[in-house]
Design a protein around this ligand. Structure first.
Ligand SMILES: [Zn+2]
Length: 359
């Protein structure tokens, strides 16, 4: 059996997840149950978007609630869940502003119940897609729900079959203006870039879109000048290890996964799942994979502190989160010194590592 990283301590949730799609996190059982209830056939559904007919406000609230439960199971104390309100609208409902607001409210009800029952704080990041004509609405929603659960805006690219014309981050399109406006309004920004696309996409996301965080960002390593700028400026990279293989963004043949390189270089990176419904892997499996690659609990500690420091919460809540994590990590280390049979042993070396992680 493969060794696994430290299992989740449910008394002290200590992980922070910044890159997970709510619409990619539905439990398979829930999809099945909702589809059956509505008499829908799942045959011929190729993507989650084909399943939009299962959606209604109650279903959305349930999905958001179950999402919190699953995050708690994986040791998460704070999560930023991203989704496109447009894509959660049932197909027969026109995307009026009020209808989109109802989607955000339904997600928020699920998050509020989830926080109450499972002690997971969840906040919304609203997504737009390049060329999907929804960015203006999304910005308006971010403004409308600012201070009420929505903490930022994200941009992704529409999946394209023709990779020769594939651009994750276009140089000129409506989204550029919207992101510049978001910056002026003080709305936090993250952009999917350098996942499958080249390092140039990361540069554009930072320089043209004013992104504060990069979704994935693996291919920044193809441009070492840009990479060292990211290291210097502590640009946050939201990595999703298992997803990166399954989407083909990082080839299986790679000698050293970008996440390991980021950890070695003390980059500002964090660990997330991306789309558990599609990958079939939750956060614990991602940590287990990194553990097998030689990353230690000290690396995970650092990654979670990075995530907390780079999250989109208001400053006072962010400071609280960082403090909460530091208390748990310092405490956890002293407990483990007394426990011999855990995979993480507090040797002199790991204590040094922990000092590194907490600084
Ligand atoms: Zn993503």
């Amino acid at each position: 059996m493969f060794p696994t990283s430290r299992q989740v301590d449910h008394a002290q949730l200590s992980r922070v997840e910044l890159h997970v799609h709510l619409d990619g996190s539905l439990r398979h059982e829930t999809i099945w149950e909702l589809a059956k209830k509505k008499g829908l056939s799942l045959a011929g559904c190729e993507t989650l978007q084909d399943l939009r007919d299962i959606g209604d406000l109650q279903a959305i609230e349930r999905i958001a609630y179950e999402f919190c439960e699953d995050e708690a199971r994986n040791g998460v104390t704070y999560v930023e869940a991203r989704y496109s309100p447009h894509f959660l609208l049932p197909l027969d409902v026109p995307p009026t502003f009020e209808a989109l607001c109802e989607v955000v409210r339904a997600v928020d009800r699920g998050f509020a119940r989830g926080e109450n029952d499972h002690r997971v704080k969840a906040r919304h990041v609203l997504c737009t897609l390049v060329g999907a004509d929804m960015a203006r609405d999304v910005l308006k929603l971010c403004e409308h729900f600012r201070g009420e659960g929505v903490v930022g805006i994200d941009m992704a690219a529409l999946a394209k079959e023709d990779f020769s014309t594939y651009e994750e981050v276009k140089e000129e399109c409506d989204e550029v203006q919207i992101f510049q406006e978001a910056r002026r309004l003080g709305i936090h920004r993250t952009v999917h870039a350098g996942e499958s696309g080249p390092a140039e996409m990361v540069r554009r996301a930072l320089e043209i879109y004013g992104a504060e965080r990069i979704g994935h960002g693996y291919h920044v390593l193809d441009d070492l000048q840009l990479y060292s700028k990211c290291l210097k400026e502590k640009t946050h990279l939201e990595t999703c290890p298992i997803s990166s293989f399954l989407t083909g963004s990082v080839p299986l043949s790679v000698e050293k996964h970008p996440v390991v390189r980021f950890a070695e270089d003390d980059a500002n990176y964090s660990i997330s799942t991306d789309d558990p419904t599609i990958t079939g892997a939750y956060l614990q499996e991602n940590y287990d994979l990194l553990w097998r690659w030689g990353m230690s609990e000290a690396h995970f500690t650092r990654a979670n502190l990075n995530a907390a420091e780079s999250c989109f919460l208001p400053e006072h809540e962010k400071r609280q989160l960082v403090k909460q994590l530091k208390n748990i990590f310092v405490d956890g280390n002293s407990k483990e010194e007394a426990t011999q049979d855990l995979p993480f042993k507090a040797t002199a070396h790991t204590r040094l590592d922990l000092t590194y992680a907490l600084n």
